[in-house]
Design a binder for this molecule. Structure first.
Ligand SMILES: [Zn+2]
Length: 82
């Protein structure tokens, strides 16, 4: 099993490393501005995982607040309860 960082661990690290493999070899896609802040698609060039950084505006400044998985190791994300 792959140990994947929790959102809290990822944010504490400022999103500087892949939450799946820990690589710094990340590539950001286009930043998308949303009603509440912004979202930023990130892909890990080392393991092929991808996720979305979610930024929330706090006191007029965008802060990385959490991330959502898109895929892990290029295959689907974890099971989602919906
Ligand atoms: Zn990775």
């Amino acid at each position: 099993m792959t140990k994947v960082k929790t959102s809290t661990e990822y944010v504490a690290d400022s999103g500087a490393h892949c939450p799946v493999c820990g690589s710094e070899n990340l590539e950001g896609q286009a930043l998308e501005i949303t009603r509440d802040g912004a979202s930023h698609d990130i892909m890990c060039l080392a393991c092929g995982s991808s996720w979305v950084d979610i930024y929330t505006v706090i006191g007029g400044t965008d802060h990385l607040s959490r991330y959502d998985y898109l895929s892990i190791n290029g295959e689907g994300g974890p099971e989602q309860d919906s």
